[in-house]
Design a protein around this ligand. Structure first.
Ligand SMILES: Cc1cc2nc3c(=O)[nH]c(=O)nc-3n(C[C@H](O)[C@H](O)[C@H](O)COP(=O)(O)OP(=O)(O)OC[C@H]3O[C@@H](n4cnc5c(N)ncnc54)[C@H](O)[C@@H]3O)c2cc1C
Length: 417
């Protein structure tokens, strides 16, 4: 592929990673971001072996390990009976895999610092509304119709509410999910929590409370914990109207160990409401506009794959652009490279979500009585570990990646928070 002028819409994980790969491949890349100062939104997230392998390909694995918390299992219990209903361990599948919980800011800092170090231009305060095709170029425009740049290729990495995706012929229909969650990043000092697990408590599928040790934003910062509480988006106003103290009492009654975290919340403003939508752009490109990350596919974070899939998309796109001589065939190859993995994990996320976030007592009963029992019978534990790791089908080869050798590279562990 000849050297291309590439405009990347959005400085999230997908956009930053794509810019790094493509600039290093010799293309002229610039990032256009809505915010005046690019910054991460949200709390903690779980990096899987998939996303970590992409960071390794960018030379950023040590950096992310230095600020993350190693996670070995996902554990969930019924808040009323105390019975374990979810216990997925990464080591149930071979390969020595693990997760790495990070603050969103830590992932952002890791990628953003590298973008700055590589001298990639980031233009901020630009709200993009449309990408139009003119001759062989894609022109980016603001809501007022002002042209902000024209490129050989535009990569839309502007997230789940992408206006570029919504206006394209590949626009997916959006299905807003009923349940969302309050999130906060809090101090874990003195609190009792499992430092190597994502821990959750449930009451049927209506209540889900979670604690995720989320490492540090930078090496010299203190370790933090991501706390979340699932609720229906339509109930948010009523919950707030009932008062913060009542809300804290409900959670304390379900899970007394949360008290030190709840004590730090004095205002609703400390909680971020995350709304989820399910959508998949098929195909994830149109002419000279290609979608990656949440712009191409978004879902509930039940399986914790979104940021990891965004990084895989960036790697796959860079790989197919490097191995084709024209843009149309490279974009078609990108779509093929990601198709099976994206479809499978979109489907699994959609299937798993009602077990943890729905009004159905029947589904919760099946989860607590049947699924929790079946989940202990081989080969199901290994299968669940592969689902959580994002490796149920090979995500690496089609993206031009080789998975890290987790057990051999023990030096990584010494650098971890
Ligand atoms: C509560 C919650 C928990 C999650 N937990 C996990 C997890 O544990 N593991 C995991 O892998 N994933 C998780 N996810 C999903 C993950 O956050 C997303 O999949 C990931 O952030 C997608 O990255 P992205 O770069 O595609 O989009 P985003 O992170 O949304 O970035 C988009 C960027 O584009 C910019 N932008 C938007 N619109 C415009 C515009 N019009 N013009 C210019 N710029 C624009 C935005 O400001 C932003 O900087 C979670 C999501 C939520 C909401």
């Amino acid at each position: 592929m000849k050297q291309l002028d590439i405009g990347v819409a959005g400085a999230g994980p997908a956009g930053l990673a794509a810019a790094l790969f493509l600039s290093r491949a010799g293309h002229r890349v610039e990032i256009l971001e809505r915010f005046e100062t690019p910054a991460p939104v949200g709390s903690g997230l779980l990096m899987q072996p998939t996303g970590l392998t992409v960071l390794n390909a960018l030379g950023l694995l040590d950096t992310i390990h230095a600020v993350g918390s190693r996670i070995d299992r996902l554990h969930g219990a019924d808040a009323v009976s105390g019975r374990t209903v979810l216990d997925v361990r990464y080591d149930a599948a071979p390969g020595g895999r693990y997760g790495l919980a990070v603050q969103r800011a830590a992932l952002f800092n890791t990628l953003h610092d590298a973008v700055v170090a590589d001298g990639i231009r980031i233009r901020t305060g630009i709200d993009l509304a449309a990408a139009e095709l003119r001759s062989d170029r894609a022109v980016l425009k603001t809501p007022e119709g002002a042209e902000v740049g024209d490129y050989d290729l535009v990569i839309d990495a502007s997230g789940a509410r992408s206006t570029l995706a919504a206006k394209s012929v590949a626009a997916p229909s959006i299905r807003d999910l009923t349940y969302g969650a309050f999130w906060a990043t809090l101090d874990g000092t003195g609190a009792v929590y499992d430092k190597s697990a994502l821990s959750q408590r449930y009451d049927k599928a209506k209540v889900m409370i979670g604690l995720l040790p989320a490492g540090r934003t930078r090496r010299d910062e203190p370790e933090r914990v991501a706390f979340f509480w699932s609720l229906k988006v339509c109930d948010v106003d009523a919950v707030k109207a009932a008062g913060l103290d009542r809300w804290k009492t409900i959670i304390r009654n379900y899970w007394p160990d949360c008290a030190p975290f709840l004590d730090q919340i004095e205002d609703w403003d400390q909680l971020t409401l995350a709304r989820y939508a399910h959508r998949t752009a098929l195909p994830p490109f149109s002419e000279r506009l290609v979608f990656i990350g949440d712009s191409a596919h978004s879902t509930s974070p039940q399986l914790g794959q979104g940021a990891n899939m965004a990084l895989l998309d960036a790697a796959a796109l860079s790989h197919t652009l490097a191995s084709h001589t024209d843009i149309p065939s490279a974009l078609a190859a990108y779509a093929r490279a990601r198709r099976n993995h994206v479809r499978l994990f979109q489907l699994l996320s959609l299937a798993f979500t009602p077990f943890y976030q729905s009004d159905s007592n029947g589904v919760a009963w099946v989860r607590d009585r049947l699924v929790s029992t079946i989940a202990k019978i081989p080969p199901i534990p290994g299968l669940l570990a592969s689902i959580v790791a994002g490796t149920l089908i090979d995500p690496f080869g089609p993206a031009g990646l080789t998975e890290c050798k987790w057990q051999e590279d023990l030096s990584l562990l010494s650098g971890m928070a």
